[in-house]
Design a binder for this molecule. Structure first.
Ligand code: PAN
Ligand code: ZN
Length: 197
């Protein structure tokens, strides 16, 4: 009889419903406006805000190996605010291994999950506490905080997925989420050029 033993141990991390943080915090990614140079449409508004350089979001990543056997998981706190009319958002990415899916579970606040394919197909999902969103394989994803408090969500995805920020850093998504007449509104992104791909 063979005895199977795993070299990995199971463990848990504690989510703090007050602060939105994980304990232990794990690998923390901190993105301020200066880390998102030229990613917002209104460059004059971005330049004006740069002196203050607000914290846009933080990610608390539980550290597990980046292999298909494992499941990466993390919590993102996306703060409320706008650059011009455009809501604070995450950079957004495709997975480096393009066909790796992901699950987002909204814990606090509200926002939108913005999705697109490399062909320029677009979709979005409204997120409120309790929303469990499935990001299908091959879809780029970004979140936007459309509320007045931190938008906090848990994410889980295959360990080897990786992140490809590539073209999104320079031309963004096919559509943008902005505030118009006090309401979140999806508009075309004039900087997006699908022929460039
Ligand atoms: C999320 C994101 C996180 C930050 O964990 O990485 O919300 O967004 P950016 O990575 O686009 O800056 C995820 O989708 N992981 O795959
Ligand atoms: Zn992802």
């Amino acid at each position: 009889m063979t005895e199977l033993t795993s070299k990995f141990k199971s463990f848990s991390t504690m989510f703090n419903f007050e602060t939105g943080e994980l304990d232990p915090k794990g690998r923390v990614v901190t993105r301020k406006l200066s880390h998102m140079n030229k990613m917002y449409l209104d460059q004059d508004a971005a330049d004006a805000l740069l002196e203050e350089n607000p914290l846009i979001y933080e990610v608390f990543n539980v550290e597990v190996p980046e292999t298909i056997a494992h499941i990466q998981h993390c919590v993102t706190i996306l703060y409320p605010g706008k650059v011009g009319d455009e809501y604070f958002m995450t950079k957004g990415h495709y997975h480096e291994v393009l066909d790796r899916a992901e699950i987002y579970f909204c814990l606090k606040g509200k926002g939108q999950l913005i999705l697109q394919t490399q062909d320029g197909e677009f979709d979005y999902i409204e997120m409120i506490p309790g929303s469990v969103a499935y990001v299908a394989p091959e879809w780029a994803h970004r979140t936007v905080n459309t509320g007045n408090e931190p938008f906090v969500f848990f994410a889980a995805y295959p360990g080897d997925a990786g992140h490809d920020y590539g073209g999104i850093e320079t031309e963004g998504f096919v559509k943008l989420s902005i505030e118009k007449d006090g309401e979140p509104t999806i508009v075309n992104n004039p900087r997006y050029n699908r022929d460039r791909k």
